[in-house]
Ligand binder design. Sequence first.
Ligand code: COA
Length: 536
Amino acid sequence: MPKLTSAIDLGSAAFSQNKAFMEALIAEFRGYEAKVRENSESKRGKFEKRGQLLPRDRVSLLLDRGAPFMEIATLAGLKMHDDDGKKNVAGGGSIAGIGYVAGKRCLVTATDSAIKGGSVSPMGLKKSLRLQEIARKQKLPIVALAESAGANLLYQSELFVEGGRTFANQARMSAAGIPQITVVHGSSTAGGAYMPGLSDYTVVVRGKTKIFLAGPPLLKAATGEIATDEELGGAELHYNIAGTAEYMAEDDAHGIETAREIVDHLPWSAPVEAEAGTQPFYDIEELMGIVPEDAKKPYDIREIIARITDGSDFLDFKREFGASTVCGHARVDGHAVGILGNNGPIDPDGAVKAAQFIQLCCQSDTPLLFLMNTTGYLVGRDAETGGIVKHGSKMIQAVANATVPKVTIVVGGAWGAGNYGMCGRGFDPDFIFSWPTAKVGVMGPEQAATVMKIITEEKFAKMGQQIPDGMTDQMAQKIIDQMSPETTALYATARLWDDGIIDPRDTRRVVSLALSVCADGRKRQLNPTQFGVARG
Ligand code: COA
């Protein structure tokens, strides 16, 4: 396969400036991730006093030593609801991702009960639903380490009804043949009681687990009955009498060991890893200096491709036809992949080329990797005459209906319908991660401000009225001020428009793992039943 040739000057001022810009953005999102950990860590004393492990330590104990763990949605809900982006940063209230347990690849999720009692915020719920979607689609067993105060009562109206979906999903996954294992480390109240109830295997921890529909205060208020929490929902009750739990653990570590043993005994094949590919010819580290701070400055997406693909090889597809839409074949860590990228707006030729390329990849069962940096589809008289709507629709049809694995990395602009054509969240990519340089929106803030300015000017002209002095400028500024922070990678990741922000240098590893997960999921045969496994 032809090797790409880089035109990047590593010694140039532009490279250093781009690198400094990227480093600052990485420091910003890593800083927020550190705040989540500090927030949880601040409760260490409380947990130790109670003889419990902190949730992050539980996850470490569960995962196989030295195996990768790809965290998902680490900054879900950032600066939303009671996540203030300062001291109380919650990471969506859970530590979750794809990792290895007893040699098997699993979806691992742990409630961060050291933050707001592990209560579920609206974005925490969205994160849980996304995790379930990943497990269902990629056929991954779920291991959950639970301890939760249930719905965050301050925001119950925003999550109560949709929250039911997590339980429906549990029931459907059990029926689909996806095993779910839950260790209940502490409180699992009200709706949360159904989480272990609907798991296929439940482990309780002596003296710590509390599973009940109503705790002592609520029970007293509802019926007048007086009972201790141990009598209502302790581990002994669920293990010895009620039969909600299959296994009793003596402490957190034992509970986690039990979960590992359950996974170990599942006849679930370990993933078949592709043979490791050759490293890119160009140094992955150089990804730091490619994207300019000024998004208007163009760069060749092949510079990124050259630092992701095996041997920096890339077989360009119709290179000169619709040239600003880049398509081509490559391998990423041994996985064959069809790559689509952007070197400018998607014009009619670029759109049909992309549609054809996607269809060819589907014909040969080749996964698709989208490297998104798009200002959208080309506008203007020429583009319209050239059938941009018709040709753009073909590309959108191809992306929407492609059944091969789709992985999207938003490296820059994700503007307008280009976001759709390049397989943004709405097009259900199997995985979608962003670089910290991602920008997402219907259009750029300046463009939106100009559009609104023109519309307002035309409105006044139609009415035959004079526009008050400075009115449209003020309006434009207001739009820019409001929209600018709404188009950042941090804003997008808070809302689960992606599965997380990644360091560009991790792109190859992330894409490789994602492709491996997809390949494994597509091949795996499950043993479905109609109703899932009901507990005796
Ligand atoms: N919604 C919102 N916030 C909650 C919450 C809930 N359901 N449950 C607890 N919190 C908050 C607390 O206000 C506290 O906030 P702070 O850190 O700002 O002070 C934090 O979470 C920790 O709560 P705390 O009670 O100190 O933790 P704990 O570990 O000692 O006890 C519980 C945990 C779950 C036993 C206890 O918080 C509880 O009983 N919560 C209510 C559970 C419930 O009835 N839920 C029903 C929802 S469907």
